[in-house]
Design a protein around this ligand. Structure first.
Ligand code: DHB
Length: 299
């Protein structure tokens, strides 16, 4: 059996396959064998509860989907009181996604979760559907925010980048300089779908975030670009539906990958991809996944 374990800062995962934020809750345990998965990430948690955007909140597109949830969540206090236990009982590392409108909001949420058994944080600086949560556009702010977060937690800090910026390499460098343990990318791409009869948007929030297989080449391109300028691990995501898709990200330079939209099609996708990566390593006589990461034959 090949060794599939990977490290994100001090956090060791049994394999590189992670369930992406906002695409599954604790109920996924009824539909797949979670003990096979590397880690699971919560829906973004904010300091105060949020009702989210008006429905409809999701709509299918060609090769993917749009969502405009608006960061609906219970807020960190209720999350800790009512939800955290169920998440921790899943038996795999739980990473908390955190969002905020100010640096202080991020710090408050993280300080409250710090004493719990959460394994790490994914910093959402790029929600496409809520104004004021797009720090990803400003490298200086990303560096400062990351540095401040590292000052209040000893857990792994993953900064999640958006494709909706003019220079993703500058943002990645800023996160690394701020002390991030890893970078995850990509978040969803801005999108819109219109009903030609009503001439209205198909989403209550009007615009949304595009995900699914239609964004995979874009995601892979950004992983490639970021891998050219960063030394810290990259967690790649965007339209991964199959083992082959996951292997593309790993070969290009991703240490781990996240599975999101495809979980809606098949809640077992992530578990199947773990087996697929194991098979690929066996067939190619790769005894450790470390020997596959970033082995692309082009510069
Ligand atoms: C939300 C939607 C996204 O596509 C995303 O990446 C983060 C948050 C949301 O609307 O809650």
């Amino acid at each position: 059996m090949s060794n599939l374990s990977v490290k994100i800062g001090e956090l060791e995962l049994q394999n590189p396959v992670i369930l992406a934020s906002g695409t599954c809750g604790v109920e996924i345990a009824q539909f797949t064998n979670l003990s096979k998965i590397g880690a699971i990430i919560t829906k973004s948690i904010t300091l105060e509860p949020r009702l989210g955007n008006l429905p409809p909140r999701t709509v299918e597109t060609c090769g993917g989907m749009l969502n405009s949830i608006g960061l609906e969540n219970l807020g960190v206090r209720e999350f800790i009181s009512y939800k955290l236990k169920e998440w921790l009982e899943l038996g795999i590392p739980v990473i908390a996604s955190v969002a905020g409108k100010t640096q202080d909001e991020y710090l408050e949420v993280i300080k409250m979760l710090e004493p719990t058994n959460i394994s790490g944080f994914e910093i959402n600086i790029s929600c496409p559907n809520v104004e004021g949560v797009e720090f990803c556009k400003y490298p200086n702010i990303v560096k400062e925010l990351t540095y401040a977060i590292k000052g209040v937690t000893s857990k792994a800090v993953i900064v999640k980048l958006s494709p909706n910026v003019s220079n993703i390499q500058a943002v990645a460098i800023a996160a690394e300089q701020g002390g991030a343990d890893a970078i995850s990318l990509i978040n969803t791409i801005y999108g819109l779908k219109v009903d030609v009869e009503s001439r209205n948007s198909m989403l209550g929030g009007v615009t949304g975030g595009l995900s699914g297989p239609c964004i995979k080449p874009v995601a892979l391109y950004y992983v490639y670009k970021v891998s050219q300028v960063c030394k810290i691990p990259i967690i790649g995501m965007g339209g991964i539906m199959s083992t082959c898709d996951a292997l593309e990200f790993i070969i290009v330079g991703a240490t781990a990958i996240e599975i999101g939209t495809s979980t809606f099609v098949n809640p077992n996708t992530a578990a199947e991809i773990v087996v697929g990566i194991e098979d690929y390593c066996m067939q190619h006589k790769i005894d450790s996944i470390q020997k596959l990461i970033g082995t692309r034959k082009f510069s």
